[in-house]
Design a protein. Sequence first.
Length: 81
Amino acid sequence: VSSPNKWHRRGAMYLLGTISEGCHESLCQHLDQVLPWLLASMRDGDKVVKEAAFFALIQFAEFLQPEIVDHYEEMVPGILQ
């Protein structure tokens, strides 16, 4: 997630998004740790990382219900930027 290589950061976001369906219980328990990575990736300077972060966000919105709703105030500014 913090790699200087944009492809590593992109891969991390695709990984989080992809595992959100099968690992939703574990991810929901660790949302406070995972969301800062997602939010930082939504502000990344590289377009490929941002696209992957929004993929992860969409997956989170679908599979991490209802817990993800509690964090909407953190996510909305990143969506609107």
